[in-house]
Design a binder for this molecule. Structure first.
Ligand code: ADP
Ligand code: ZN
Length: 726
């Protein structure tokens, strides 16, 4: 006798709302497993849910339990580790469990926008008979005698009617084959290199060390990538898997082709340039075990791998590792949770580690590997400071110093390439009235507009709104409108005048569009189809262009003057990273750094590649002023379309935090409520409660306050040591 066992599933419904942040029970069909995505009835609707547990007995009246409608797939999409992390993430960042589970699934898959792709194939069965007059059917059969064919190809050749007739007679059959949407891209020849002694030591040290987290602090070009690849290969040999995170992989075509070349189909690459279908297929290749290495930006830390052997975060200092949407996690925090769960190492790498990370390495909490030399002993490029104040005194009003012009001349005439870097912050071309000082601003956002000469219009970089050029100042009617600042467009314009025969390409948010816009520009430049690349932050990342021998940094100090405790650190990182693009191959590289404050100590350390000096100085200042890592900056944002509601929520948050302060004044270094620096974005007003805390002991309470102050029309959330204070 066969007994039909009904199982009961504990389900989390995919609605990220605190009111339904509970476990619901459904009866479920055989074959249901923990981790499956299911379709369930919920409050009169059908929603997606995640099975997080199975029981043989219901926890209440079985007659009242509704059934699961269907399963989304046979192999559970969520691996068991997800449930453990779900709890930690939900507790750490105070988000509903559904919101933390969502992180583990590609968005497109969750919303049911993509599924597997199939191709129809036709095969001959050897059965059935065809009339001698049916020429096209006979033709189709003879095509099939050489082997099965895609339906579309056969129909094209012999007509769909003929194929249908064959199928009807039973002479042919149509079947489905799963089609894999493999991301396009080349695989470079990247056979493993013989490791240098320093690289070999690093790999051995990391593998033997008993410290969970390891920091590789290696100058640009010191061969960190090869160390990562060896660590990964060693884990694959043991049958384990790996996660390799980079700031934005679509920006680094060489890295992509290198990884494809080295690991082939074992690597799945998840990046923003993929189509939804490609992402879906790459994701399932990881989940099914076909691929063993997940490579990608921040979100790849949630890759569906089991038995992870190593997690690597390259350029660990990069701000893109902080999520700017809820849950506002730091990638290293999640990576550490996963490293503990899988009992594996977390390896952080950078030429300019963040101060918070480096202090932990110095104090022995993390393992520390220092690489001071470039591969083959190539020197780091010489950095020349160009004092722009003196340039102006000498009557040079151009955006290029004499030194930079001369170096560009030498570089181009010797057939090499140059990169000109412009800080994004300095790239705005605002419009100012010379008579009254009026600055043109966006009507929906509290930010100044940027002039775009190519389209002859003004644009808002926050909401994308376009405005017509102003014929006169709307405040005073004055006609002397000045276009302030320096944009990439103006840089290209001046370069063309100075070097008419040079090929110049520009890379910034305005020129880069489409799925692989970055990739194309960088590929062009890599193939030496242009002599000069002009760009913003995007070009600072880990590119390896062998013929670049000159880097010009136009406005090194732009980021120095922000009222942010991280300004110095950011400037040091940016200069070092950008400079590192020069002289990577044979020829010696140079860097010209233009500045209005050449005596600034941060620039001095950067010019000497003195990370140690920079760090000692910085950490002393942070300690004296009690800034992170010696305190925690906590910002609670209050955002709404309705100013009154926002103010009410702001007061509620502030007084609740102030109550905590009254009970533990010693922990509060600062507490106040105010407008955010940008008062309005997309017609939503922005306020904040800013707190600086000595410890993390009240952090959880602050999250709770934010959750309870949120309403459907007011968004309230916590940011810890925010990377962007706007
Ligand atoms: P980093 O990531 O530290 O900036 P890379 O990994 O990009 O440095 O290495 C810099 C250059 O040195 C690359 O062109 C790389 O191919 C080369 N390289 C790395 N390791 C070796 C090695 N062991 N032997 C020869 N060349 C190497
Ligand atoms: Zn706007």
């Amino acid at each position: 006798m066969c007994i039909w066992v009904i199982m009961y599933a504990q389900v989390i419904v995919d609605i990220a709302h605190s009111q339904v942040d509970r476990i619901f029970e459904y009866s479920c069909p055989p074959g249901t497993e923990i981790g499956c995505r299911v379709k369930v009835p919920f409050g009169g609707r059908t929603v997606e849910g995640f099975v997080i547990g199975l029981e043989e007995t219901p926890s209440f009246d079985a007659g009242k339990i509704k059934p699961v409608y269907s399963l989304y797939e046979e192999l559970p999409a969520l691996v068991p580790e997800c449930f453990s992390l779900m709890e930690s993430i939900a507790a750490r960042y105070r988000v509903p469990k559904a919101a933390s589970l969502r992180l583990f699934l590609p968005t497109e898959m969750r919303l049911g926008k993509v599924s597997e792709a199939f191709v129809n194939y036709v095969k001959a069965t050897g059965k059935g008979e065809i009339k001698p007059s049916a020429k096209r059917q006979a033709e189709a059969l003879s095509c099939l005698s050489a082997g099965d064919m895609p339906l579309s190809v056969l129909a094209e050749k012999c007509g769909r009617a003929a194929v249908n007739a064959l199928v009807e007679k039973g002479a042919a059959e149509i079947y489905k084959v799963k089609r894999s949407r493999a991301p396009a891209g080349e695989a470079a020849d990247s056979r493993p290199k013989e490791l240098t002694p320093a690289q070999k030591d690093a790999v051995e040290y990391i593998e033997k060390s008993d410290k969970r987290v390891q920091l590789i602090h290696g100058v640009t070009g010191s061969g960190k990538t090869e160390i990562y690849l060896n660590l990964i290969a060693d884990q694959l040999k043991k049958g384990r898997t790996a996660i390799f995170l980079v700031p934005e992989i679509s920006l680094t075509p060489q890295m992509l082709s290198q990884l494809r070349g080295r690991f082939g189909g074992e690597a799945a690459i998840l990046h923003s340039g993929l189509s939804a279908g490609e992402k879906f297929d790459e994701w399932w290749r990881l989940r099914s075990g076909e691929a063993k290495i997940a490579i990608g930006a921040r979100s790849a830390v949630f890759a569906p791998l089991s038995d992870i052997g190593v997690i690597i975060i390259d350029e660990e200092h990069d701000s893109s590792y902080h999520s700017e949407t809820a849950p506002r996690y730091s990638t290293a925090d999640i990576a550490l949770m996963r490293a503990k769960y899988n009992d594996c190492k977390l390896v952080l790498g950078s030429a300019t580690p963040s101060v918070e990370t480096y202090v932990k390495a110095k104090e022995g909490e993390y393992g520390l590997i220092t690489l001071t030399e470039r591969i083959n002993g190539k020197p780091l490029p010489e950095i020349i400071i160009a004092d722009m104040r003196r340039e102006i005194r000498r009557g040079n009003p151009s955006i290029f110093s004499r030194a930079l012009r001369e170096e560009l001349d030498t570089t181009l005439s010797s057939g090499n390439q140059a990169i000109i870097f412009l800080n994004r912050r300095g790239y705005s071309k605002t419009v100012i009235c010379a008579d009254c000082g009026y600055v043109a601003k966006c009507q929906s956002c509290d930010v100044s507009l940027t002039y775009h000469s190519e389209e002859n219009c003004l644009k808002c970089h926050y909401c994308g709104a376009r405005y017509k050029m102003l014929p006169a100042c709307p405040e005073c009617g004055g006609k002397h409108l000045l276009y302030n600042g320096t944009g990439t467009q103006r840089v290209v314009g001046e370069l063309k005048e100075l070097f008419p025969s040079a090929q110049i390409i520009r890379m910034d948010n305005d020129t880069v569009s489409g799925k692989d816009g970055h990739y194309k520009i960088l590929k062009q430049f890599g193939e030496h189809k242009a002599d000069i690349l002009v760009g913003t932050q995007m070009i600072a990342k880990g590119h390896d262009f062998p013929s670049v021998t000159l880097v010009g940094i136009l406005d090194a100090d732009m980021s120095l003057h922000f009222s942010d405790y991280r300004s110095g650190e950011r400037t040091f990182q940016l200069i070092t990273q950008v400079a590192g693009r020069s002289g990577r191959a044979g020829s010696k590289g140079k860097v010209v750094l233009q500045t209005f404050s050449p005596e600034n100590y941060i620039l001095r350390y950067a010019v000497g590649y003195d990370y140690g000096g920079f760090f000692e100085n910085e950490i002393k200042m942070r300690k004296a002023a009690l800034f992170p890592p010696y305190s925690l900056i906590c910002r609670i944002m209050v955002i709404s379309e309705d100013n009154d509601e926002a103010l009410e929520a702001l007061k509620k948050v502030y007084f609740a935090v102030d109550d905590i302060r009254k009970s533990d004044a010693a922990d509060f270094l600062f507490l106040n409520k105010m407008h955010s620096p940008i008062k309005k974005i997309q017609d939503k007003v922005r306020y904040q409660v800013l707190a600086r805390l000595k410890s993390r002991r009240h952090l959880g309470e602050l999250y709770d306050i934010a959750v309870s102050a949120s309403t459907p029309s007011v968004l309230v959330y916590v940011e810890e040591n925010p990377v962007n204070l706007s």
